[in-house]
Write a protein that binds this ligand. Structure first.
Ligand code: PLI
Length: 462
């Protein structure tokens, strides 16, 4: 049978190497989460059974990528692996110039420093933690211009990552185009629940920004997942290969920041890609200050080779279908169990709606933080808070940001877990949902200055 007549489908790979995991007792988990200050980022990985903290840098590499690791050219300058990477980025993303970086936030750092002046505004389709922080550290102010549906966990809009063009244009008119260095466009939108932006919307953003002479920079970490959603949902693209859609998406932008720890299937790496030679020259100047020479940017040659090969694998239609398909499988299990999740199901993760789990908790009692802890206590499944703790504080007023979305993210590493793991996760979420009524909130006992969700500590109220 070929793939068109097959009734069921499976991952387009088989497993060659395994890594043992173990489940601890409830008493051991109670001790571990207490020692971790009720923050899943502070748990030891050895104390975790199924690790859905993040899909970032947690992928399983292929034999093709591992073989490439053996071909690392560790020359300080001009490594051949850099040229392979450059070729892969040009071929699959279409940008002219690249500087490698050790991961995504390093590309954000360099871009923010070369493009943003104090007093500038950076509009974007919802904030991401590190992206916004680098924009703020460079003196910019992030402005959310995503459509309202993105802030509603129950909306089933197929492209909740879309930019609201009226919001964008009124910002341009209010502050003037000269104070907008670029539009920061994410594909897919992590904080909205892994939601895609449509090609029609990207095209419209391009037309609008062209009229005002404003650049568009793509956060391409999960752009392949976005391209897959376009293929599935946008009229006219059902027969178009994901790789072709990806090129069209990038064609509406002037460059990208990339965390290659996502779509490109590597455990470390990233890059900044640009079309403008002058901006690229500035990036090359700064890269040697903060990352390393412009042909390695904080990476080993072997890392760049694995990335070049991962980029090529990621756009394979069967691979991306299996990747998003696994996330969808988990999401559908949770919908069947009536657990409240963000709809539509995201590309890299399923997001639990903590407000609907724990309506008895106020947002500053950290419902999502508590929900992530409860899930760990129930089964050893590790997830991540994506609500008030992640949103941090307003740098002007010092008050908490109070995001509408108070979520727990179950992020699925690529090519790592099986359907049975997903079943275990779904059963555990259903159990935690059954026990929701008696749950009380948390108090923050330690708050770091930057990106507090990583290292903050909590204790249970009452
Ligand atoms: O973790 P980095 O520095 O390689 O990349 C930062 C970064 C940028 N953009 C987006 C959309 C991200 O999701 C992202 C990192 N995400 C992490 C670590 C995550 O768990 O989602």
């Amino acid at each position: 049978m070929d793939s068109t007549t097959r009734r069921s489908w499976a991952e387009p790979f088989k497993i060659k190497m395994v890594e043992p995991i173990r489940v601890m007792s409830r008493a051991e988990r109670e001790r571990a989460i207490g020692e971790a200050g009720f923050n899943t980022f502070l748990l030891k990985s050895d104390d975790v059974y199924i690790d859905l903290l993040t899909d970032s840098g947690t992928s399983a590499m292929s034999d093709y990528q591992w073989a490439g690791m053996m071909l690392g050219d560790e020359a300080y300058a001009g490594s051949r692996n850099f040229y392979h990477l450059e070729e892969a980025v040009r071929k699959y993303y279409g940008y002219k110039y690249i500087v490698p970086t050790h991961q995504g936030r390093a590309a954000e750092h360099i871009l923010s420093r070369i493009a943003i002046k104090p007093g500038d505004y950076v509009p974007g389709n919802m904030y991401f933690t590190t992206t916004r922080l680098h924009q703020e550290l460079a003196g910019g102010t992030f402005e959310d211009v995503i459509i309202d549906e993105a802030h509603d966990p129950t909306s089933v809009h197929p492209f909740k990552g879309n930019v609201d063009l009226d919001k964008l244009e009124s910002l341009i008119k209010r502050v003037g185009p000269e104070r907008i260095p670029y539009v920061s466009l994410a594909a897919t939108v992590n904080m909205a629940g892994g939601q895609p932006i449509s090609l029609a919307n990207m095209r419209a953003v391009r037309e609008l920004t062209n009229r005002y002479g404003i650049r568009v920079i793509l956060d391409a970490a999960r752009a392949v997942e976005n391209a897959y959603f376009i293929q599935q949902r946008e009229t006219g693209y059902a027969e178009t290969p994901v790789a072709t859609i990806l090129r069209e998406m990038c064609g509406y932008t002037d460059g990208c920041t990339m965390s290659a720890k996502k779509d490109p299937l590597v455990n470390i790496g990233g890059f900044l890609a640009l079309n403008d030679p002058e901006l690229f020259e500035e990036a090359r100047n700064l890269i040697v200050v903060y990352e390393g020479l412009h042909t390695y940017g904080g990476l080993a040659g072997r890392d760049m080779e694995a990335m070049a090969r991962g980029i090529e694998e990621a756009v394979n239609d069967d691979s991306i279908r299996a990747r998003v398909g696994q996330v969808e499988y988990l999401g559908n299990q949770l919908l069947a169990a009536d657990a409240p999740i963000v709809t539509p199901i995201g590309g890299h993760a399923v997001y639990l709606d903590a407000r609907r789990f724990y309506p008895q908790l106020k947002q500053d009692e950290f419902p999502a933080q508590m929900l992530a802890a409860q899930l760990y206590l129930d089964s050893g499944v590790r997830s991540m808070e994506r609500g008030i703790v992640s949103a941090g504080r307003d740098p002007e007023t010092g008050e908490h940001h109070y995001p509408k979305l108070e979520l727990v993210r179950l992020a699925i590493p690529r090519r790592v877990y099986t359907q049975s793991h997903m079943d275990v996760v779904a059963e555990s979420v259903a159990e935690v949902y059954r026990q929701r009524r008696d749950v009380r909130g948390l108090r923050m006992t330690f708050e770091p200055k930057y990106l507090r969700f990583f290292q903050a500590r909590f204790e249970p109220l009452g």
